[in-house]
Structure formats: structure tokens, C-alpha cells
Design a protein around this ligand. Structure first.
Ligand code: IPM
Ligand code: MG
Length: 368
């Protein structure tokens, strides 16, 4: 990185446009894919004169090992004083296989989302022509799929009261939503729909759940402010089916926290690789960008993880910070890599490139 100062007529001016980024590489393949995203950010910095200031902090299992806390105070402070956060992945099998563990890596992720007020998780699902063959769906179904899921991220069953009763023989997780929590993400989703194909699908389980009925009421009121957006509602089980039967039906999906978690894993798989899906989490102030694929512990340290989701998350971050052209440039470079077959093994089965080869190709093609 260059010095964040400019010398003009022998006077030193502090560069106010410097962008502070907190990098939380996390666990599993997180550090590997993030170092490729950083290569790409450095290439964009070079070409567009951005002046990134990147600072690394801990989250998840690696933070537990180092400090006993999945989200150390230093990480929270760094994120709060940054312009954006780029996160790799969080999770480790030694916690997954131990139901008695009271401190878990995922607590760090949930807490940073809540602390930064990141109530909207935006997950674009796009099919790439060069990946049609890798999709489990027929080419005719996957062609031109392009939708975006707005997943509520700081409420619902993830954050409701939870616990045990009856001497531990019963467990409960409460799902609760307020009108305000629904309204704020619904507005973002409607605004996004206005800039797209103006079709919003609310996914819920209003035939069973009271929270879903509150979502329907609230979203239908808000739709009055967006008369040019067509609103429809779909039960989550039906939506799960529709995503594999007719994914091109969707434009914007709006849904609560856990439905969004499940449906976005399903939706990413139909594009041919879960390693392609980026995400942005936005809310009050600082936004956070992360690949959807998770820590993929079996792949860690083997150079096989696809860095494209992390790189596309960095592209979303560039656009969010106002560097639209740089973001588009990164997307185009990812597409070039796919077209040339420079991709990891789940996509380029016969002549797979390693994680860092993919990152190198994309970074070089930006500077070129
Ligand atoms: C995701 C992940 C997280 C979630 C886990 C790791 C807590 O699956 O970001 O989708 O459930 O939100
Ligand atoms: Mg998930």
C-alpha cells in the first residue's frame, strides 16, 4: 500500500479519501480465500488510486484459540472505526462435534452482525455461462438466472430467547419479529427491486407462523409506497421447490433470517458452485462483506478453495465504497477467469487451478 499522504508543493496533505478496511480472515479456508481477495483489492488500489488501509483482526475459532473469545474487543473496535469489513469464514469441526461447548466460533459471527447493526444480508444469485455444465440443473433451467435474496440478519429464531427446561430434557428457541425490524429490510428490498425487474417475492410460512403473518401485513403495507413493484408471497417450502424447478422466476426474494440461511445455500448450489456466491451485510453504519460458502474445513490448507466468492465480495465492497468502475472491473476479471477455465477443481475438473493461481490471474487481469 502507498503512504496515505500526498506531497503537493512540498507540503504534506493527509489523504482524506483513504479507506480503512478491517480484514477478518477467520477459520478454515477463510484466510486462503481472503488473501486472494486482498491481492485483487491491491490491484484495484493500484489502478484506481484508492489508498486502502487494511488491518487484520481475529474472529471465530482462531480468536477462541488466541484469546478465549470468538469476538475479541479489539476486533469490534477495529470494525467500528473502519469504512467496511471483509470477512472470510467462521467455524471449526471440533466445535460442531461437541454439543457441550459453551463458547463457539459462530457466536463471534452472530455478535459482530448484531453489534454492527447489519440487519440486511444481500446475497445475489447469478448463473455464469461457463458454469452451466457444473450446475446440477438442466441448462434450460439455469440459463439467465439472476436474482437477489434479502435475508433479515439480526432477528428471528437466531436471536430469540433460547434455553433448556425440564431438567434439560426440553429445549426451545423463540422466533420473534417487530414491525420495525420487518419494515427496514423490506424498504431496502423494494428499493433494490425498483432498480431491477420490479418483482419482489416475500417468502414466509404464514399458514403456520404468527411472525410470518406479521411479515405479510407489514410488507403489504410498505408495498403501497412502491406501486411499480409487483409483490407476491410464497410459502418457504414452495419457494424451496421453485428455486430448483424455475429459478428464473425470481427477481428479489425477501425473507426472515433462518429461511434466508437455508434458501441461499440451496440457491448457490444451483449456480454450479457454492464457491461463487458473495454477500453484503448492511445496516446502520459499517457494512460487512463475506463469501457465503463458510469455512469448508476439509478443504483448508489444500489450495482447492474457490476464492471467487471472496473476490466478488470484495467487488461488492468496492461498489459500496463508491468505486463502481473498480467493482465492475473485478467482476469482469472473474468472468474472464471462468471463460479461460482458470478455476478451482469443482469447476475446472480436468485442469484445476489452485486458489492462489485463480487469485493471481484475476489480480493480473485487473492491472493489465
Ligand atoms: C451463513 C452461515 C451462518 C448463519 C453460520 C455460520 C452461523 O451459515 O452466514 O449463512 O447461519 O448465518
Ligand atoms: Mg448459511
Amino acid at each position: 500500500m502507498r503512504c496515505p499522504c500526498k506531497i503537493v508543493n512540498n507540503e504534506i496533505y493527509s489523504n482524506v479519501s483513504m479507506k480503512k478496511i478491517a480484514i477478518l480472515a477467520g477459520d478454515g479456508v477463510g484466510p486462503e480465500v481472503i488473501s486472494e481477495a486482498v491481492k485483487v483489492l491491491q490491484a484495484a488500489d493500484e489502478k484506481y488510486n484508492i489508498d486502502f488501509d487494511l488491518k487484520y483482526e481475529l474472529i471465530g475459532a482462531c480468536a477462541i484459540d488466541a484469546t478465549g473469545d470468538p469476538l475479541p474487543a479489539a476486533t469490534v473496535e477495529r470494525c467500528q472505526s473502519s469504512d467496511a469489513v471483509l470477512l472470510g469464514a467462521v467455524g471449526h469441526p471440533r466445535f460442531d462435534n461437541n454439543p457441550a461447548a459453551t463458547v463457539r466460533p459462530e457466536q463471534g459471527l452472530l455478535k459482530i452482525r448484531k453489534t454492527l447493526g447489519l440487519y440486511a444480508n444481500i446475497r445475489p444469485i447469478k448463473s455464469y455461462k461457463s458454469l452451466y455444465k457444473a450446475s446440477p440443473l438442466k441448462e434450460s433451467l439455469i440459463t439467465d438466472v439472476d436474482f437477489v435474496v434479502f435475508r433479515e440478519l439480526t432477528g428471528g429464531i437466531y436471536f430469540g430467547d433460547k434455553g433448556r427446561r425440564g431438567n434439560g430434557s426440553e429445549a426451545f428457541d423463540l422466533c420473534a419479529y417487530s414491525v420495525e425490524e420487518v419494515e427496514r429490510i423490506a424498504r431496502l428490498a423494494f428499493e433494490a427491486a425498483q432498480g431491477r425487474r420490479r418483482h419482489l417475492t416475500l417468502v414466509d410460512k404464514a399458514n403456520v407462523l404468527e411472525t410470518s403473518r406479521l411479515w405479510r401485513e407489514t410488507v403489504s403495507k410498505i408495498s403501497n409506497d412502491f406501486p411499480n413493484v409487483q409483490l407476491d408471497s410464497m410459502f418457504v417450502d414452495n419457494a424451496a421447490m421453485k428455486i430448483v424447478q424455475q429459478p428464473a422466476f425470481f427477481d428479489v426474494i425477501l425473507t426472515e433470517n433462518m429461511f434466508g440461511d437455508i434458501l441461499t445455500d440451496e440457491a448457490s448450489a444451483i449456480t454450479g458452485s457454492i464457491g461463487m456466491l458473495p454477500s453484503a451485510s448492511v445496516g446502520s453504519k459499517v457494512a460487512l462483506f463475506e463469501p457465503v460458502h463458510g469455512s469448508f474445513p476439509e478443504g483448508a490448507g489444500r489450495g482447492i478453495a474457490n476464492p471467487m466468492a471472496a473476490i466478488l465480495s470484495a467487488a461488492m465492497m468496492l461498489e459500496y465504497l463508491g468505486y463502481r468502475e473498480a467493482g465492475q472491473d473485478v467482476r469482469a476479471a472473474v468472468e474472464r477467469a471462468l471463460e479461460k477455465g482458470v478455476a478451482t477443481e469443482e469447476i475446472s475438473r480436468d485442469k484445476a487451478a489452485s486458489t492462489s493461481e485463480v487469485g493471481d490471474f484475476i489480480a493480473k487481469s485487473i492491472v493489465a
